[in-house]
Each structure stands twice: as structure tokens, then as C-alpha cells.
Design a protein around this ligand. Structure first.
Ligand code: PHE
Length: 371
């Protein structure tokens, strides 16, 4: 009897003082293991007389249960303490980049798209979108290019085998101009929109990729004329290149969907010799030595036939439209010379030409990123 009480006192105090889980496990083995002292007591029950057993049995079982309870309680306490100290020691900042991973950056195309959206939002333009898988009618016919029109051949179109609802085949849009038609049909006049997006042509070299990006601009209202177009383009390009001395050259051109049509070149300085690489827009006209002209965008007054096919009355409203290559703008502003690298997904290129996600283009701080 004295044995049991002593054993209990000893077990309780040592379990309560166990410093870690390993020490606790050693105590469990010492008391409750096969060779443990409590187990040894339990084994003595078999050799007792029934009277003894009736008296000792409950005490020995109570001892075992008490020891078991003490072990469980201490284990829980030790585990809680371990968790608390781990929580105190380990702080995890989920906003940090994962260790060992390359850090992400904003692709120059996204950067330039953001810059353009910012500039045109300031001029009151909304953003419109259209599908990349397009109906022949929106991409060509409604833009004054009926099936036999020779201008279609210049677009190197990717066609799908599927029949388009409005005739011809479905295709990957070759320009953002079908968004003009879609927006006029949907929203009517007046309109002031830009339509950024991917376009596709079967073409590939240093300055052409089968997929590239355009931004379409469209203004439809009463009394819109070529002067509005010229002012808008000048204002946009000065804001984009962040300099006042931009020199533009407007050349008469031809697009089936604009009349008259105007092609716009921007003067650039040849920085690295005469090979045209490392081009940067630096002001000055292309006619001076060390300068050249770079074709930048197509534009013009929206052809009255397009306005008509888009459900509007050309006697009531006029408009201008333009289409710019976004990738080309990025190359000119940030000095890349091979368009194909834009879409290689090479992290070294992205790290070099990418932009910080914290560097949002705003008109007040300047739309140009600190590259
Ligand atoms: N859609 C023409 C192109 O790809 C550009 C353009 C847009 C020209 C709008 C005039 C008006 O090349």
C-alpha cells in the first residue's frame, strides 16, 4: 500500500516536471511499459488471493489511470508550449516572393497597354473589346473589304475551317478594326473608344510575329474632321514619349475602311550606327542626318460605307479611326530591337526589360516607367 502511494507521488511529480517529449516518453516506458513499475504491480494481481485482489485491484488500476492521465496532460502541455514558441519564432510574410523563385515583372506589352489606357482615359476614351476568333464579316466585309477585295490578300490571315455565321470562314482577327464595327453596332453614336488586344497574321521575322498587339482608336460624333485626328495623335504621342519635340509626318495612304487615309511616321534618332537598331524616339525630323522615320500607325476618317454597315447614318455622324502596333511602340520607347524575344518567355529578358509592379503609369507622375 505504501508502495502504491509512493509510486504515485513519484510518478506524478516526475511526469509534471518532464522537460520535453523525449523525457516524457522515457517516463511512460518506466511506469507503463512492459517492464514498467506500474505494469509490474498489475502483474502481482494474478498471484493474490481473491480478498487481497479485491482490496488492491482498484488501487492499482487507479494508479495506472492516474499515471496515464498525468502523461496525457503533460504531453498536451509540452506540445502547446512547442507550438507557441514556434509561432513566436517563425513569422511568415506571405507578400514576399517565394525564396529561390525568379521575381515577376510587368511585361513591356502590358506596361505600354497600361500607359496607353491611362493617356486615352484622360482624353475621355472608354475601353472596348472584341473577340480574337472573329467572323469574316466583321474583320473584312463590314470594313469595306468585300470577298473579292485585293486588300484582303495583304493580311496573311489564319482561317478556321468553320463557316462563319455571316458568310465566309471564321478567322483569327488580323487587326483590331472589327471592334470599330462591333462597338458602333452595339452602342451607336457618339463614341470615343480605344480597343486594345491581340491580333494575328501569318508572318515572322525580327519585326513581325504571328501574334502581336494593336490598339484601335475610334471617335464618332457630329462634325469630326481630320484636324481632330491630327491633334489627338499628336497629344497621345507626346504624352506617350514624354517629350514635346516629337515630329510627326502624315502621309496620304490607303485603307479600305478610311477615306482619306493617313499613315503617320515618327522621327527617330539612330543611336547605334546606321543599322536601325536601338531606335529611340528623340525628336528631330527624319530628314536630318542621324535621324530616320519610323512608320507608326495607320489612320483616317472612317469611310462612310463602314459607318453605314455599322448601322449609323453617315450624313449625321463622321469619325476618325487609327490603329497602332503596341509592340512597336514598346520597342521604340524602351529600345528593344527584336520583337520575337517579346514572346519567348525568357526570364532573363523579362528581368531586363520588365517593369516593377509597383510602378503604375499615371499622368501626374509621368506615364513612362523608370526602366
Ligand atoms: N487596321 C489597320 C491595320 O492593321 C490600321 C488602321 C486602323 C488604319 C484604323 C486606319 C484606321 O493595319
Amino acid at each position: 500500500m505504501a508502495d502504491i502511494e509512493q509510486l504515485n507521488g513519484d510518478a506524478q511529480s516526475r511526469i509534471g516536471a518532464a522537460e520535453d517529449l523525449a523525457a516524457l516518453e522515457a517516463l511512460r516506458v518506466e511506469f507503463l511499459g512492459k517492464q514498467g513499475s506500474v505494469s509490474a504491480l498489475l502483474k502481482t494481481l494474478g498471484k493474490m488471493t481473491p480478498e487481497e485482489r479485491q482490496e488492491q485491484g482498484p488501487k492499482i488500476h487507479a494508479l495506472r489511470e492516474g499515471v496515464q492521465a498525468a502523461l496525457t496532460a503533460r504531453k498536451e502541455a509540452l506540445e502547446n508550449a512547442a507550438l507557441e514558441s514556434q509561432l513566436a519564432a517563425e513569422t511568415l510574410d506571405l507578400s514576399l516572393p517565394a525564396p529561390g523563385m525568379p521575381q515577376g515583372s510587368i511585361h513591356p506589352v502590358s506596361q505600354v497597354m497600361d500607359e496607353l489606357a491611362e493617356i486615352f482615359a484622360d482624353l475621355g476614351f472608354a475601353v472596348a473589346t472584341g473577340p480574337e476568333i472573329e467572323d469574316d464579316w466583321y474583320n473584312f466585309t463590314a470594313l469595306n473589304m468585300p470577298e473579292s477585295h485585293p486588300a484582303r490578300a495583304m493580311h496573311d490571315t489564319f482561317y478556321f475551317p468553320d463557316q462563319a455565321p455571316k458568310g465566309g470562314k471564321m478567322l483569327l482577327r488580323t487587326h483590331t478594326s472589327p471592334v470599330q464595327v462591333r462597338t458602333m453596332l452595339e452602342d451607336g453614336a457618339p463614341l470615343r473608344i480605344i480597343a486594345p488586344g491581340r491580333v494575328y497574321r501569318s508572318d515572322s521575322d525580327a519585326t513581325h510575329t504571328p501574334m502581336f498587339h494593336q490598339i484601335e482608336g475610334l471617335v464618332i460624333d457630329k462634325g469630326i474632321h481630320l484636324g481632330h485626328l491630327k491633334w489627338t495623335l499628336e497629344t497621345f504621342l507626346k504624352a506617350f514619349f514624354e517629350r514635346e519635340d516629337i515630329v510627326l509626318r502624315l502621309r496620304p495612304s490607303y485603307f479600305p475602311f478610311t477615306e482619306p487615309s493617313v499613315e503617320v511616321d515618327v522621327g527617330f534618332a539612330i543611336e547605334n550606327g546606321q543599322d536601325g537598331k536601338g531606335r529611340r524616339v528623340l525628336g528631330g525630323s527624319g530628314d536630318e542626318p542621324g535621324h530616320g522615320w519610323m512608320e507608326l500607325l495607320g489612320s483616317g476618317m472612317v469611310n462612310s460605307r463602314v459607318i453605314e454597315m455599322s448601322g449609323l447614318d453617315p450624313d449625321q455622324c463622321q469619325g476618325f479611326a487609327f490603329g497602332v502596333g503596341v509592340d512597336r511602340l514598346a520597342m521604340l520607347k524602351y529600345g528593344m530591337d527584336d520583337l520575337r524575344a517579346f514572346f519567348d518567355g525568357d526570364v532573363r529578358w523579362l528581368r531586363h526589360y520588365g517593369f516593377s509592379a509597383f510602378d503604375q503609369p499615371t499622368l501626374s507622375a509621368g506615364v513612362g516607367a523608370r526602366a
